[in-house]
Design a protein around this ligand. Structure first.
Ligand code: HEC
Ligand code: HEC
Length: 302
């Protein structure tokens, strides 16, 4: 009798143990689920969709094409990369991607031997927006890179957080120090990182950022900037796990303690909180960001 009761409770223990394991595994999977911004989804979709087959990946990688003249003769005309014509409007980009060529250009486009496919039959509106967001994010990086290397004078006093002037100064600072190289343009994340907890470097825009900075705590963000490591996540009973991932991932974050002044660090803390409040940026938001940030060039140069 007691033997049987013993067998039953042993079985119960096994079942309970199994349930705990399943729940733990489910929690781990949920925790490791990626958080992807529109630009990052767009980048992945672009390589999946084969855009680079025709557009090449850069100016040194042009793909050939031909255009038919009125005389009927064919002339070589390389396919432009997605950036060289400076397309900076979300709606125009989406029109190209969805319909092959905007109605106004359809006539001229038909004279090309290889033509732009219409993707509206393959991808939904959100995916087409993602592609445009990615193109605009890249455009932003390409436009502002020149600004950073030009070594413009720093503003005498730190502008008020939230103003456009602040955004421009903080953007330049973050860009010059490589924050966007690893955390994605405008901190939109998704840079792949082998053996990282989620397989990528988190951005500044969403839940990942909040989870790693104790909910956007200023001291915690400062600690990341100073040391390249988190203090909060490496403490507590899960701290060893966080430390393990921090030590073993391919790309680690450099510590900026000696590389930035206190004022610069405070500026970055404010800026990261601002980018987190902005959230994920879609194509229209990137179009606006591009206009806001590159207008600086025009006013500074004139
Ligand atoms: C089969 C070849 C081909 C593929 C694949 C292709 N395109 Fe194109 N695309 C073209 C051609 C050709 C043009 C017109 C170029 C010209 O005017 O000389 C074009 C034009 C464009 C333009 C306007 C560029 C400009 O500067 O005027 C955009 C934007 C664009 N494509 C985006 C995409 C995206 C995004 C993808 C992938 C989802 C893609 N294309 C895939 C051939 C292609
Ligand atoms: C060489 C790549 C690299 C550079 C450059 C870099 N970081 Fe990081 N950053 C990382 C990695 C990797 C992590 C760790 C993520 C993890 O452990 O999960 C990280 C984490 C962070 C975090 C924790 C929260 C989050 O969303 O990731 C903050 C905040 C941060 N970095 C700020 C910055 C700032 C500000 C700069 C520029 C001054 C910068 N980083 C430059 C790679 C980089």
């Amino acid at each position: 009798m007691s033997d049987r009761r013993g067998a039953i409770s042993a079985r119960l223990l096994w079942v309970l143990g199994g349930l705990v394991l399943v729940a733990g595994a489910a929690a781990a999977v949920l925790e490791r689920r990626g958080e992807f911004s529109p630009a990052v989804r767009g980048e992945r979709l672009a390589s999946e969709a084969g855009c680079f087959a025709c557009h090449g990946t850069g100016e040194e990688n042009h793909r050939g094409n031909f255009r038919q003249l009125a005389s009927g003769a064919w002339r070589p005309k390389a396919i432009p990369t997605l950036w060289e014509n400076g397309l900076d409007r979300a709606e125009v980009l989406k029109d190209w991607i969805a319909n092959g060529a905007p109605a106004a250009e359809a006539e001229a486009h038909r004279r090309l031997f290889i033509q732009m496919p219409a993707y509206s039959g393959f991808y939904d509106a959100r995916q087409i927006d993602d592609l445009a967001a990615w193109i605009l994010a890249e455009q932003l990086g390409r436009t502002l890179l020149a600004t950073a290397s030009a070594g413009r004078e720093k503003p005498a006093a730190t502008p008020q957080p939230g103003t456009l002037e602040f955004r421009r100064a903080a953007d330049r600072l973050a860009r010059e120090h490589g924050c966007f190289s690893c955390h994605g343009e405008q901190g939109q994340g998704g840079v792949r990182n082998p053996a990282a907890f989620k397989g990528y470097i988190p951005g500044f825009f969403g839940r990942d950022f909040l989870a790693l900075t104790a909910g956007g705590d200023r001291d915690e963000i400062l600690h990341w900037i100073d040391t390249g490591r988190g203090r909060h996540i490496e403490s507590g009973w899960l701290g060893r796990l966080a430390k393990h991932f921090g030590d073993s991932q391919a790309i680690g974050m450099p510590g900026y303690r000696e590389r930035l002044t206190d004022a610069e660090k405070q500026m970055l803390v404010d800026y990261l909180l601002l980018l987190n409040a902005d959230g994920p940026l879609d194509a229209a938001a990137f179009e606006k960001r591009l206009r806001d940030l590159s207008a600086d060039d025009a006013s500074a140069d004139s």
